[in-house]
Design a protein around this ligand. Sequence first.
Ligand code: SAH
Ligand code: SF4
Length: 393
Amino acid sequence: MTAKAPITQDVMTLPRKLPQEGKVNLVAMTRDQMREALIAMGTTERQAKMRVGQIWQWIYQWGVRDFAEMTNLSKAYRADLDAAFVIEIPEMVSRQVSEDGTRKYLVRIAGGHEVEVVYIPEEGRGTLCVSSQVGCTLTCSFCHTGTQKLVRNLTAGEIVGQIMMARDDLGEWPKPGEPKDETRLLSNIVLMGMGEPLYNFANVRDAMKIAMDGEGISLSRRRITLSTSGVVPEIARTAREIGCLLAVSFHATTDEVRDKLVPINKRWNIETLLDALREYPKASNSERITFEYVMLEGVNDSDEDARRLVKLIEGIPAKINLIPFNEWPGAPYKRSSNNRIHAFADIIYKAGYASPIRTPRGEDIMAACGQLKSASERERKSRRQIEAESGLG
Ligand code: SAH
Ligand code: SF4
């Protein structure tokens, strides 16, 4: 196992401040939490449920941050809300726009920490790549985020707040009273930013519940994909409690190589991971599991690897997403050649699996997969530490 044991911090999102100390943030409260908060403020039990629905719509469908604009509530009620609560999302510190239209945001969260969020526009859709932790406890040897120590888990508010911030920037909130626009700039979410989402399960779940809620952000669960490095005990729970699509950072076809690339493999090896995926109750032909596979020259990219991969995943409704390695300063690997990637893809395709090659997006602004890292974070793992932890040294 790695020198540092992964933590399973599973803290419910609670209001950051107590009402008597100051105002409580309503963003990302679950429906039950908000109901209780409204009752504590004096709303009758009979009315509380309806008020939650109304306030959710204002916050998540219309993007309203000021209670005064919630015109279907009485003036007196709006004033009570304003005295007790705020609607607050993380602050955007900077935005870089790539030549290909990809936008990378640097977002500041409580405590002065920073995370990166990436928006990728595509034909007919747009995907937001959301972060779940500042840094990561894991140390995948090809990943830039893995060189940054875990600073903390994001709260549910900070996770759903990334989506709201992007909609602010895209100017995507409909005007109250106008019909909702069905063609969305931000139509899909991938939990593929910084951090391991399954080591921050409760907060990720609560945030995604709001993203999927018809009175919330209102995205279909099929438009949300959670990527995990393979936290096996949380995989079944993901299907049960979130119900989104699943992607797995697979990256190798033998335990020997995967131990080095994705060190969590030393705790849950390939066979254990595949068993969990075979049982993923949501998997079906229409909801296949995505196997992410980073192409590293001379490490995991041979024809033999491709054939082994096909054999390993037999029986699992799957597609294989080949990711050309994105380089970062000091990275110990090289990207496989285009010819190699295509030869690898071909073997998988001929075995009957979709094998799209992910086009790197936003490379000029370091926004591509695995390049994210908070530039301002001082606490870095040393090169030697990474090599020791990954067994590369
Ligand atoms: N922690 C989660 C989600 C974030 S990483 C996970 O590991 O699945 C999102 C994807 O980018 C993962 O498949 C990850 O393995 C991949 N990735 C990380 N570093 C990369 C790099 N330098 N080049 C290409 N892909 C990378
Ligand atoms: Fe963490 Fe995922 Fe990067 Fe591995 S690939 S270090 S789990 S963010």
